[in-house]
Design a protein around this ligand. Structure first.
Ligand SMILES: [Zn+2]
Length: 78
């Protein structure tokens, strides 16, 4: 298992996610983001807006995803 925080994944808090694959940790982070969005959490709403602004650039999503994937792969196992 590897650990990444909400902040490391473009979020707004220090909540930790644990997973064996990047796909899995990305899903956990997404679910958490959706939950915080539904709660109307301001810090997460702002982080999501920043993210959306960043993703306007063509290819930005892929670049971001690949960068995070590399970051995940480089992490030590828990
Ligand atoms: Zn969070």
């Amino acid at each position: 298992m590897k650990t990444m925080t909400c902040k490391q994944l473009g979020g707004a808090c220090d909540k930790e996610f644990h997973a064996d694959s990047f796909e899995e940790i990305a899903t956990l982070s997404k679910n958490h983001g959706t939950e915080m969005f539904q709660k109307g959490d301001e810090a997460h709403l702002k982080a999501m807006n920043d993210m959306q602004a960043l993703m306007q650039k063509p290819g930005a999503m892929k670049e971001w995803f690949e960068g995070k994937w590399r970051e995940f792969e480089a992490l030590p196992e828990d």
